[in-house]
Write a protein that binds this ligand. Structure first.
Ligand SMILES: [Fe+2]
Ligand SMILES: [Fe+2]
Length: 335
């Protein structure tokens, strides 16, 4: 089978779910109760999917080579992955997912020689026993279904991961929260008091939420993330509060291809409303990235773009849930 985006994304999705099932069954049998073995809400463990993709790539690159070449390559890839995942979990989530401190020849408790040998052996087992039946199974999926699944499943996992990251970023002691809220209110007040911004209250943005509520939420969450990452929070708050400064109901009116064009409209309106720094302009201009191809110039712009995507997707999904609930509730009443 040709290794392309669909193949990689399907492989990632399949082994993420398979890894979750494996761990859930193992831990369920050990503890005699069903537990979610991952940090995410859904039934997947992306570390397994990432590992499988890394192995597929290295196996295909090493095709035709002997054991002596394959063994160090497999060991380097699996250990490298373990090092990146362990370090990222410690750095960004403050979590030590495993600890090899009591093992000989370990590095910061994240990797050690004994487990690197185990991973290498597992990589050979994966090549021999797991990959061939998986490839047969994947070949049976109709191409259209494979394309949809390859986009949908990793997207759901990415949103789930983002939700967990944002929740972790936002968790803080109550004293710290009061302090952060006061700083946000102080910086946001002059912008929220501008008549051009107040007007956003009159526009519905996402399923029952006004545009003013949306930009305020994006600004607040981006500010909390920015604080954790020691970024320019004043620019984040101002840019985020102005990022959707347009005055039409985008579901019913406004320019065609709104998603690709409204960042320019918002920027023009923001320039007429207040003075903007280069960074604040970039935050507004790039908030739809990657839909608008040119990437953000500043970390602050990237944070606002990611938080905006998260808030919009969550509002959309919550709206669908509410709609379904409404339908169910009315169905119950009829019975
Ligand atoms: Fe927008
Ligand atoms: Fe937005």
């Amino acid at each position: 089978m040709e290794i392309n985006f669909t193949y990689i994304a399907l492989c990632f999705s399949f082994f993420s779910v398979a890894g979750w099932v494996l761990e859930a069954v193992y831990r369920g049998l050990a503890g005699r109760k069903l537990v979610n073995p991952g940090l995410l809400h859904g039934p997947y463990l992306p570390i397994y999917g990432t590992g499988a993709v890394a192995l597929v790539l290295v196996i295909s690159a090493m095709e035709g080579h002997g054991l002596l070449v394959k063994a160090p390559a497999y060991m380097a890839v699996t250990t490298g992955l373990e090092l990146v995942a362990g370090t990222a979990a410690l750095r960004f989530l403050g979590l030590r997912l495993w600890d090899y401190s009591d093992q000989r020849l370990n590095y910061r408790g994240i990797i050690c020689l004994k487990f690197s040998i185990y991973w290498m052996l597992l990589a050979f087992a994966f090549e021999r026993f797991i990959l061939p039946p998986y490839m047969e199974l994947a070949a049976m999926i109709p191409p259209a279904v494979a394309h949809i699944a390859a986009i949908a499943i990793p997207s759901i996992m990415a949103m789930d991961l983002l939700a967990v990251f944002i929740k972790r970023f936002m968790s803080m002691a109550s004293g710290q929260k009061t302090e952060a809220d006061a700083r946000f209110a102080e910086t946001a007040r002059p912008i929220l008091n501008l008549p051009a911004v107040k007007k956003l209250e009159d526009f519905n943005h996402h399923r029952g939420k006004t545009r003013l509520a949306h930009v305020t939420e994006v600004a607040y969450i981006s500010f909390l993330v920015g604080q954790k990452l020691s970024l320019d929070c004043d620019a984040i708050i101002k840019g985020a509060l102005l990022h959707d400064l347009f005055y039409y109901d985008w579901l019913r009116e406004g320019p065609r291809l709104h998603g690709f064009r409204h960042h320019r409209i918002a920027l023009e309106n923001a320039r007429k409303t207040t003075s903007l720094s280069k960074k604040e302009e970039d935050i507004i201009k790039k908030h739809m990235w990657p839909l608008t191809v040119i990437p953000p110039r500043y970390m602050e712009s990237l944070v606002v773009s990611v938080v905006d995507t998260f808030c919009s997707t969550r509002d959309y999904l919550t709206g669908i849930k509410k709609q379904k609930h409404g339908k169910n509730a009315s169905g119950e009443n009829r019975i």
